[in-house]
Write a protein that binds this ligand. Structure first.
Ligand SMILES: [Cu+2]
Length: 125
């Protein structure tokens, strides 16, 4: 009984050290995994095709980088009604990016084809 008591605490200590060591290692590994970046939420894309902005209206959080990609065979532009942003003519397969730093509703159009309209709604997260 006494001899077992001597042997047992030591074995227990070794086992505890192993478990604690492994536990700490696993914790560190978990902490090292970065949180998934909200890439799709903060970097939305509007595709310009068939003389249409798609989607015509998008809602994004403040700070989002919105990219317009021209999938048409003719150039288009992206011009804010309030003039807060204005692209140069975007050729086929080229893109224009604007970062929305302030909340608001941004209506825009294509200055080459003014019937092409779209809207970016910027909200606080
Ligand atoms: Cu256009």
């Amino acid at each position: 009984m006494l001899q077992q008591a001597f042997a047992s605490p030591r074995a227990l200590a070794v086992a505890l050290a192993l478990v604690l060591g492994t536990g700490a290692g696993a914790g560190a590994a978990l902490a090292a995994i970065p949180a998934a970046p909200p890439a799709t939420a903060s970097a939305p894309v509007v595709t310009i095709g068939n003389f249409t902005f798609g989607p015509m209206t998008i809602t994004v959080p403040v700070g989002a980088r919105v990219t317009w990609v021209n999938a048409d065979d003719v150039p288009h532009t992206v011009v804010a009604v309030d003039n807060s942003f204005r692209s140069k003519p975007i050729d086929s397969d080229e893109r224009f990016t604007f970062t929305f730093a302030k909340p608001g509703v941004y209506s825009y159009f294509c200055s080459l084809h003014p019937r092409m309209v779209g809207k970016v709604i910027v909200k606080r997260p």
